[in-house]
Design a binder for this molecule. Structure first.
Ligand code: AMP
Ligand code: TRP
Length: 327
């Protein structure tokens, strides 16, 4: 049995297929045999501007998504990051052993600066990986199931933990990232060279977990492919169709090779029709559950999660304060 921790930012009202297959799917398997903590990392969401009322809604919807996906609150701890003040306390301590030069290397920060210029980049965005390190180290998490884009943050977390341990004695567990082989990076439907993202302005770039059947059909129909009309998995030369094949394989659990064979005589149009149907079928039980979850259920889950997370976090921060001479 291992200690597992992960989290998703409530920065949009619904999640998409990339979140499901990159992160949540692993969580579902892990919850059976491990001690799991799944956070709604609401403080991280603040690194991009959020409208307060909408943020509150997003937080509720994210808990709903966790539950409707099949996370079992009897087995796992679901909690809100901002309700455990120890995350920000540990964050501060860790900022004092992290170099600014290390933060400047983070892709997420670099991308933003490249797009919008350094002048407007916020300190919160630069410090984002340190808060993530605090989330993980506070709970002695051994495994962190995430999408590929988070590996760099995990490496920094390990480096920070190593440094602290060296200076103040064994305190933190060095966490391992856990990344799916297929699904770690689901690409955008309108541009298969970039990852499917909820911050994308074009709603046709992603399939939200709550999208209605008609919308799913339209989105898949519009998805960018190539002019070859040949169904083959080749992410370099044929990124569009390869991404669709990956999604098909994930929702049907049919291996890529078998799909290639099945559709070798078929053109894109027919394949897309089948894919839309497969996604609709896959999402249907999720959507039914999603619509049945009540706000009292959500409150109960968060309140129980808060108590369990708090107990662990409090102990750990006391230990840290003692190690560094604040106690
Ligand atoms: P975020 O929306 O940045 O909080 O992401 C939450 C989790 O979903 C992280 O583990 C990400 O790596 C994962 N994720 C987000 N987008 C994708 C994607 N397009 N493909 C695979 N995983 C993703
Ligand atoms: N940074 C992660 C993302 O953008 C979200 C996150 C915050 C996280 N804290 C975490 C993921 C702790 C895993 C563990 O997706």
């Amino acid at each position: 049995m291992k200690r597992v921790l992960s989290g998703i930012k409530p920065s949009s009202d619904v999640l998409h297929l990339g979140h499901y297959f990159g992160a949540i799917k692993q969580w579902l398997t892990l919850q059976e045999k491990n001690e799991c903590f799944f956070a709604v990392v609401d403080l991280h969401a603040l690194t991009t501007p959020q409208e307060p009322k909408q943020l509150q809604k997003n937080i509720t919807n994210l808990v709903k998504t966790y539950l409707a996906s099949g996370l079992n609150p009897q087995k796992v701890v679901i909690f809100k990051q901002s309700e455990i003040a120890e995350h920000t306390q540990l964050f501060w301590v860790l900022t004092t052993i992290t170099k600014v030069s290390e933060l400047f290397l983070m892709t997420q920060y670099k991308d933003k600066v490249q797009k919008e210029g350094q002048k407007s980049a916020l300190a919160g965005l630069l410090n984002y990986p340190i808060l993530m390190a605090a989330d993980i180290l506070l709970y002695d998490a051994q495994l962190v199931p995430v999408g590929e884009d988070q590996i760099q943050h995990l490496e920094l977390t390990r480096e920070i933990a190593r440094r602290f341990n060296q200076r103040f004695g064994e305190t933190f567990v060095l966490p391992q990232p856990l990344v799916e082989k297929v699904g770690a990076r689901i690409m955008a439907l309108d541009d298969p060279t970039k990852k499917m993202s909820k911050s994308d302005k074009n709603p046709f770039s992603f399939i939200a977990l709550t999208d209605k059947p008609e919308l799913i059909k339209t989105k898949i129909k519009k998805a960018v492919t190539d002019s070859e009309n040949r169904i083959k998995y080749d992410p370099i030369k044929k990124p569009g169709i390869s991404n669709l094949l990956t999604i098909m394989s994930l929702v049907t659990r049919i291996p890529l090779k078998s799909l290639e064979k099945k559709y070798q005589e078929t053109g894109y149009a027919l394949f897309k029709e089948d894919l839309a149907e497969a996604i609709i079928k896959f999402l249907s039980p999720f959507q039914t559950k999603y619509n049945q979850i009540s706000s009292s259920q959500i409150e109960k889950v968060l309140s129980e999660g808060r108590k369990k997370a708090k107990t662990i976090a409090q102990k750990k921060i006391q230990l840290v304060y003692q190690k560094i001479g604040l106690r």
